[in-house]
Design a protein around this ligand. Structure first.
Ligand code: DQA
Length: 288
């Protein structure tokens, strides 16, 4: 179980009423509910805090420093000038993710600068409330990376490591509805193992479907809406989005990681980075 604090700075208590064209129509309570729902899937425990006062924000960060494993913070206007808040974040030595509902780099001059940017591990701008979900996802992938050592134990063989990666990915990421690995055999991709609904596509000719396309194009592919992509080979009507990441051994593609989600537009750069890291680690186990 990992614990995180979600800290909202001044004026964010008025979300919903406050400039909805900039900050959206959800209230802070609605946003916190969405964050909690998303974090529950990762088994993360959260404490939420909002204040209009700099000192109260700093006190809260101090108080929670032993409980929390990380900070998700939207400091509101303090972002642009509060060195005291910046010092509070660095003093507690916890990884922090800076979130802004709006894209502060595209607004007034005074908003373009953040005094906390360089002490945060990640920063998410302009995605509205979904930025907070990204922050949770960032911590989930960090968590997953910490487990890499166990999955990629050097004593495992190729067969076992392929199974363990699929099962770890499926378990760790609740929005991954189907996870599997295909291996290249001649001109086909052949399923090695998967978790999720049975697939009718146990063999896919290279070049066909999104899986086949990723091998032919030699790169990872994210499909936001599978139904809008003519290459998609329908497996399950519930599937809405997909990511496919090739596994390289040197220049050669030996297989690929394929993940489907029942949520539309589920995959982003964070998934891609993590899965490419996974694919890279897997290649070290390829039997010579
Ligand atoms: C904000 C951007 C800040 O410039 C502003 O003062 C806020 C909200 C955002 O979430 O976009 O209060 O942090």
């Amino acid at each position: 179980m990992k614990n995180f604090i979600v800290v909202h700075g001044p004026n964010l208590n008025l979300l919903g009423e406050r400039e909805p064209e900039v900050y959206g129509s959800l209230s802070l309570t609605d946003i916190n509910t969405e964050i909690k729902k998303y974090a529950d899937g990762f088994n993360f425990e959260l404490k939420f805090f909002q204040s209009n006062s700099e000192g109260a924000l700093i006190d809260f960060i101090h108080e929670q420093r032993k409980w929390a494993h990380g900070i998700i913070i939207n400091p509101g206007a303090y972002t642009h000038y509060s060195y005291a808040l910046r010092d509070a974040i660095s003093s507690v030595s916890l990884p922090a993710v800076e979130v802004h509902l709006s894209d502060i780099t595209k607004r007034e001059e005074f908003r373009k600068h953040s005094v906390i940017e360089d002490i945060c591990s990640w920063r998410i701008l302009g995605l509205g409330f979904k930025g907070y979900l990204r922050a949770i996802q960032y911590f989930a992938t960090q968590n997953y990376r910490q487990n890499f050592d166990i999955i990629f134990d050097e004593n495992k063989n190729w067969d076992q490591v392929l199974k363990d990666v699929v099962s770890a990915l499926k378990k760790q990421f609740p929005s991954y509805s189907w996870a599997g690995i295909y291996l290249v055999e001649g001109e086909e991709l052949v399923i090695h193992n998967y978790i999720g609904k049975p697939t009718p596509h146990e063999r896919i000719p290279i070049g066909q479907g999104i899986c086949g396309a990723a091998v032919a194009e030699r790169e990872s592919i994210i499909i936001e809406d599978v139904n809008a992509d003519p290459r998609y080979l329908a497996c399950s009507i519930e599937t809405k989005s997909e990511i496919v990441v090739p596994i390289y051994v040197g220049e050669k593609i030996v297989g690929e990681i394929d993940i489907d989600s029942d949520r539309p537009d589920n995959f982003n750069i964070i998934d891609k980075t993590l899965l490419e890291e996974c694919a890279h680690k897997l290649s070290g186990f390829y039997p010579s």
